[in-house]
Design a protein around this ligand. Structure first.
Ligand SMILES: [Fe+2]
Ligand SMILES: [Fe+2]
Length: 387
């Protein structure tokens, strides 16, 4: 539609082009990449090795997409009344609130609601992340308004991501509605997930020309964290099969997205000048926490809704989400993401390294040489992704 009406005039996707940040923008505009479709851009002047997509040919993670993508081959996961009388709606071990004695003391009916509400939060978070944030970037890459001189095939692959994320939105909203019908438990969801409010606040405090870059960085972060986030749940055999299968469908697609956005990060870094790279490096820790930190407001409202006294609610939140636990979880979940950025030289800047360290994202022994053993999780990534 927008390609016909107004030829994209006023299309929000056009407005987030980081090309204006590049010192070589004019030259590139006059001299389109002759190798489009086969190679990545050279690093920006003064960029060191950072942008390091180098001259490698693009090897698409989507070579089997038409055969394997969920949107192409997965059946609708249909919840029926006959399914799993004993199955759970979310693994209790992965629901932070469910671990607290005062929550268990609410009784079996409220306890089940806590699990179901956690599923709702996870699904709502996922849907809104996909269609309100990630797909804006996918569209921008495909359309070329995120102008990094990407190989033609990489832009085409962005359309596959666009299709994937649209389908992920559909299947998560569909599942949420089916579970609502099945359980008769109404969702207690905030109008806007916390991560969107935090992202908006960061955008507002950023000078306008750098706001598009904030969103690109956030998408790289979210797409490289997400695979780990989705990996635990499909193994849970107690879970309602349709929930497990939906999350498995999603996880298999996100493996390809992770590979794509790790490469995209290299292209982006290579297109930024040294000053902008430094600016971006200093904001990455905050963006990682924007994605991972728990939505305390939403959980506070939920617990109050069960009739729990205010003091008890605050006690539960303080004891479940200790700052040490939140940091350990973030460090563990972001390990791969931090490693991707470390490979771009992000941690070579002492101030940036200090920012990562201060926000608990580096292991005590050193930078991106994160330990192979993840820190103990106070809650599973999926659960912490949801709140
Ligand atoms: Fe997705
Ligand atoms: Fe994705």
């Amino acid at each position: 539609m927008c390609g016909v009406v107004g030829l994209f005039q006023g299309c929000p996707a056009v407005s987030f082009c980081p090309a204006r940040l590049r010192p070589d923008r004019t030259d590139r505009a006059q001299d389109p990449d002759p190798d489009a479709g086969t190679s990545a851009p050279a690093p920006a002047p003064g960029a060191g090795d950072g942008g390091a997509a180098g001259e490698e040919p693009y090897r698409s993670p989507f070579r089997t997409w038409y055969e394997r993508a969920s949107v192409r081959q997965a059946p609708r996961r249909l919840v029926t009344a006959a399914d799993g009388g004993v199955a759970t709606f979310f693994p209790p071990a992965l629901v932070p609130l469910a671990s607290h004695r005062l929550v268990r003391d609410l009784g079996p009916a409220a306890y089940e609601q806590v699990l179901v509400q956690h599923l709702y939060r996870y699904l709502d978070f996922t849907a809104k992340l996909e269609y309100l944030v990630v797909n804006r970037t996918a569209l921008g890459i495909a359309h070329g308004s995120v102008d990094l001189g990407l190989p033609r095939e990489m832009r085409l692959d962005a359309l596959k991501i666009y299709c994937d994320e649209a389908y992920h939105t559909l299947m998560t909203v569909d599942l949420l509605e089916q579970i609502t019908d099945r359980t008769r438990i109404a969702p207690r969801l905030p109008e806007e997930p916390y991560f969107l409010r935090r992202l908006a606040a960061i955008q507002e405090s950023t000078e306008p020309e750098l706001r598009p870059l904030v969103e690109l960085l956030f998408v790289i972060v979210s797409e490289t964290l997400i695979t780990g986030s989705l990996s635990a749940i499909p193994r849970d055999q107690e879970l309602l099969p349709q929930i497990r299968d939906t999350i498995q469908d999603h996880a298999s697609d996100e493996g390809r997205h992770h590979a794509y956005f790790a490469l995209f990060a290299r292209h982006l870094w290579g297109a930024l000048d040294t000053r902008t790279r430094r600016w971006a490096a200093l904001r990455l820790p905050g963006l990682i926490h924007t994605f991972l930190d728990p939505d305390l407001d939403s959980m506070r409202e939920e617990l109050l809704g069960y009739g729990m006294p205010k003091d008890s609610v605050e006690q539960v939140l303080a004891e479940v989400f200790t700052s040490a636990g939140v940091q350990a979880y973030a460090r563990s979940s972001a390990e791969t993401t931090v490693r991707h950025f470390a490979a771009l030289g992000v941690l070579e800047d002492p101030e940036a390294r200090e920012a990562f360290d201060r926000q608990g994202l580096l292991p005590p022994a050193g930078p991106a040489r994160a330990s192979s053993a993840p820190a103990p999780d106070p809650a599973d990534p999926v659960t912490r992704r949801a709140p």
